[in-house]
Ligand binder design. Structure first.
Ligand SMILES: [Zn+2]
Length: 464
């Protein structure tokens, strides 16, 4: 492990305040006037052709934000800087080709890039998007926001019809100590097992018909009650479906995956129903985990069930806890509250690497991005979309690539764009300038870096 010498580094700030610092706070601290700034030569020395910068000085990474972020920037702008800076690290360090190209490589014939304005928010048009909900800080933010809205809307409708929604968290023993690649299927299979089988769905109509037939055939039925079809817990409690989200954190015992599940119930469920559901889930979950070869999950922490109070909460619970900002995080990361050694979300690990250059963090990140690739993060049970009257699900790639449109502010010719992405953090600063003062402000910024000019959008017809 490399040493940490920077005063603004994550670990030291944590030691001082006793709690984790968010990536946004960390970026602001570094951007504030008192912060030590890297020499300008250092800020410009790292080009895409360089070797992987593992183990270099922390400022080597921090500069992405500290040299460009305005200390007075609001939450939206700060978050944009942080996400873009994290993605810039991945342009160089990711093993996933799509992520290395995301937001950097122009798409379409011309190779030129447009800066657009939509309701006073600037964005780029004409760049590749990777669409990874797991591995890309920028696409993940966009996808998770859309999914959260989608779930909140469907849940609000369900709510208004007088129905209930419960939130269930499933965790596995902390010391499972497996490679993430092997762990994810175990957790997904475990949940599928819990919501299938006779105890959940009840006796199938055909199995029941056969039982009745046997009962009629055997001639002994006279005077005895006719067999009753055995119902499952799903039917008894009026469960119409589930939405599950897979989440992972990394802590003292390695990978810690967990599931956040919304359980949609027709009508209301009384206290007895809640007890029955909780006990059922705990028993089936524990049975699966033990069968798969692990220690019995914690009696109560293994599965926790609680009423979902609002539709907005439902969306956040499924789609935004990995950001570390939603209610479900409290439950899923009980390890934090117990004062265990730090447990970090993958983007927190990436951000730590950005500031410290810690090679171990980079190795953890690489394991994460390859293990999660191709796994579904958020899964609706079959038929639930129709029941909730939700619109058709868009793919992650489509959401990430969606162009929101707006007025064209500036045209960045292909060769200028290539120069911009070589300067750490500059592509975020161009958007800040665009929001402050359009094309003129963009060009003032670029000339400060010895670049430019960007052109008025109508210049497109004069370029090839
Ligand atoms: Zn992306």
């Amino acid at each position: 492990m490399t040493s940490v010498s920077d005063p603004a580094s994550a670990r030291q700030s944590r030691a001082i305040t006793g709690q984790r610092v968010t990536p946004e706070t960390r970026a602001r601290l570094a951007a504030s006037p008192g912060a030590q700034r890297p020499p300008r030569s250092l800020a410009l020395e790292w080009g895409p052709g360089d070797a992987a910068p593992v183990g270099r000085r922390p400022w080597h990474y921090a500069k992405h934000v500290s040299t460009g972020l305005n200390a007075a920037a609001d939450q939206r702008v700060t978050r944009r800087h942080v996400r873009a800076a994290q993605r810039e690290i991945l342009w160089h360090e990711s093993h996933l080709e799509r992520v290395r190209k995301c937001g950097r490589v122009p798409v379409g014939g011309t190779g030129h890039v447009l800066v657009r304005d939509n309701a006073d928010v600037a964005h780029y048009a004409g760049l590749a998007t990777c669409g990874s909900i797991w591995a890309c800080p920028v696409c993940s933010g966009k996808i998770r926001n859309t999914r959260a809205d989608d779930i909140s809307q469907a849940t609000a409708k369900w709510d208004r019809q007088g129905n209930a929604v419960y939130m269930a968290t499933f965790t596995a023993p902390h010391d499972m100590g497996m490679r993430l690649r092997n762990l994810l299927p175990v957790i997904a299979d475990g949940f599928r097992t819990v919501i299938s089988g006779r105890a959940w769905v009840g006796e199938s109509p055909s199995a029941y018909a056969k039982r009745v037939e046997r009962w009629e055939d055997n001639g002994l039925h006279k005077g005895r009650p006719r067999p009753v079809r055995s119902t499952g817990i799903k039917e008894r409690l009026g469960i119409v479906g589930t939405i599950r989200a897979m989440e992972v954190t990394y802590g003292a015992h390695g990978w810690h995956p967990h599931l956040h599940v919304l359980v949609y119930i027709e009508g209301e469920m009384n206290a007895r129903g809640l007890t029955e559901l909780t006990l059922y889930l705990r028993k089936r979950w524990a049975r699966f985990i033990v069968k798969a070869g692990y220690r019995v999950p914690h009696d109560t922490h293994g599965v926790q069930v609680q009423l979902c109070e609002s539709a907005e909460e439902a969306g956040k619970y499924i789609a935004k806890t990995q950001d570390g900002r939603a209610v479900g995080n409290e439950i899923a990361r009980g390890d934090l509250k117990q004062g265990r050694k730090e447990s970090r979300t993958p983007f927190e690990i990436l951000d730590d690497f950005r500031w410290t250059g810690d090679a171990e963090d980079l190795a953890i990140w690489h394991e994460y991005e390859s293990a999660t690739k191709g796994h579904q993060a958020i899964t609706w049970s079959k038929g639930l979309r129709a029941i909730l009257g939700a619109t058709d699900e868009k793919s992650d790639e489509d959401i990430a690539a969606e162009e929101i449109g707006g007025a064209d502010l500036a045209l960045i010719p292909n060769d200028l764009w290539s120069a911009i992405v070589k300067v750490p953090g500059l592509s975020s600063c161009v958007l800040d300038s665009a929001e402050r003062g359009g094309l003129d402000a963009i060009n003032r910024l670029l000339s400060h870096h010895g670049l430019g000019p960007a052109l008025p959008p109508e210049a497109l017809k004069y370029l090839e």
